[in-house]
Design a protein around this ligand. Structure first.
Ligand SMILES: *Cc1c(COP(=O)(O)O)cnc(C)c1O
Length: 427
């Protein structure tokens, strides 16, 4: 199709870059077909949950005030519970982000004297302050909840031997992070998560198993709650919001545990009965409806990038052929100019703020300058195509998202175009 090639050229992609993209994409046909099949399965799962719960136009109405009997909110929570095959779910705009959802699930279900155990090594950065690994005001540690951690083995797998010793009388809740986040370990498959949950439950059946499901939703046909997780937790400005949810988080799991989350989110006595949905319901429903296909687009982008940059000689995590359990892709460039060019290319391909040139900057919470590329409709949304790179060795960029495959593809081609223009890569 010469017209498409012309469009790419008009947008600044040179023919040799497009050519490499074409050849790479052709080699990925079979993997993309499998991703589409997963999306098809998950699309059916979401639609059946919506049909079963008789989602209707009244669910989209604006609700304000206390929000008693908010039909849209209550129905959506049933839809989520059916998608995740759990007894209940809490899905609210009052849950401000993924960290908040996780903090809520933990603080709602732990009491002074209880111990929290992470069996997947160090948790996501922001959780360190929630737990109190880094001293922080309001942390679980301040409320007398202790913490222990079982590091992963050198190959990134669970250390079952050590887990056996870590789960004790005091252990109330075990947390498992599905995605590697911004670490270099592999992400866990749902089957691996199921195996560790089974192991933990054999030691202590009553222990609550919680999975940080961020970035993992709809990547596979099963979710952690299908393999024994008592709680699955995530953010709506990642996969399950489908790019449309402007805020929010979810917790899906056992009724009693979700009820505790309700009391913690609002107030003892009030629980899930209050919390008006404030007009965001249509975007929550429609975003969930789109999420399987949006997640598939982001996955295709991650695999496409892994294949392009690995072929150019860079180290990529996950590598070009590994199976995928989340949507994050890391590329190690080994030099700062490459990180900068990559991020500037991603930015230049964005639908929003494409004319902005991102530069490395000192950011709170980071020990080096960081460059961030994000031309998103929803601020900070990482299901939209976005990238960031700390300016320090090994000079890696982490990128994720892409609401549509053509946009993810354009972004990655543009990143390569910028690397070629900077004289870092020759194609
Ligand atoms: C993004 C993420 C979080 C935190 O979510 P925020 O919405 O950024 O607060 C927690 N855990 C993992 C694995 C994540 O990817």
């Amino acid at each position: 199709m010469p017209e498409i090639a012309e469009m790419y050229q008009q947008m600044g992609i040179r023919p040799s870059v497009l050519g490499l993209g074409r050849r790479t994409e052709e080699g990925l046909a079979e993997r993309f077909r499998k991703i589409d099949e997963t999306a098809e399965f998950n699309q059916l799962k979401v639609i059946s949950a919506m049909q079963k719960n008789r989602v209707n136009e009244a669910c989209f109405h604006y609700a304000s005030g206390y929000g008693y009997d908010d039909l849209g909110r209550d129905t959506l929570e049933k839809v989520y519970a059916d998608v995740f095959h759990t007894e209940a779910a809490l899905v609210r705009p009052q849950i401000t982000c993924g960290t908040h959802a996780l903090a809520l699930a933990l603080s709602a279900n732990l009491r002074p004297g209880d111990e929290l155990v992470s069996v997947a090594g160090k948790p996501y950065d922001t959780l360190e302050e929630v737990i109190g690994i880094r001293p922080s005001r309001g942390s679980l540690a301040e409320y007398g909840v202790t913490y222990s951690q079982v590091d992963l083995l050198a190959d990134g797998s669970f250390d079952f031997e050590k887990i056996k010793n870590a789960v004790t009388d005091k252990t109330k809740l075990v947390t498992i992070q599905r995605s590697k986040g911004y670490q270099t370990r592999p992400s866990f498959s749902v089957a691996q998560i199921g195996a560790v949950i089974e192991f933990v439950k054999k030691i202590k059946p009553e222990v609550i198993c919680m999975v940080d499901n961020c970035y993992g939703e709809f990547v596979e046909t099963m979710e952690p709650s299908d393999v024994g997780a008592d709680l699955a937790v995530g953010s709506l400005i990642k996969n399950p919001g489908g790019g449309l949810a402007p805020i929010g988080g979810y917790i899906a799991g056992r009724e009693e545990l979700i009820e505790n989350c309700g009391y913690r989110l609002t107030s003892p006595g009030l629980g899930r009965e209050v919390g008006a949905s404030l007009g965001v319901m249509q975007s929550f429903y429609q975003g969930l409806f789109l999420a399987p296909v949006v997640t598939a687009s982001a996955l295709k982008g991650a695999i496409f990038a892994a294949n392009i940059y690995e072929a150019l000689g860079y180290s990529v995590v996950p590598d070009s052929s590994e199976s995928r359990h989340d949507i994050i892709q890391a590329v190690e460039f080994g030099r700062p100019e490459a990180v900068i060019a990559f991020c500037q290319g991603i930015q230049a391909a964005a639908p929003v703020d494409s004319y902005v040139t991102p530069e490395p900057w000192a950011m709170p919470g980071y020990d080096s300058d960081v460059i961030m590329a994000a031309g998103a409709f929803v601020q900070g949304s990482s299901i939209e195509l976005s990238a960031d790179g700390p300016i320090k060795p090994p000079y890696a960029v982490y990128f994720q998202g892409g609401l549509t495959w053509p946009h993810a593809k354009l972004g990655i081609l543009m990143s390569l175009e910028y690397l070629v223009r900077a004289g870092i890569v020759t194609v």
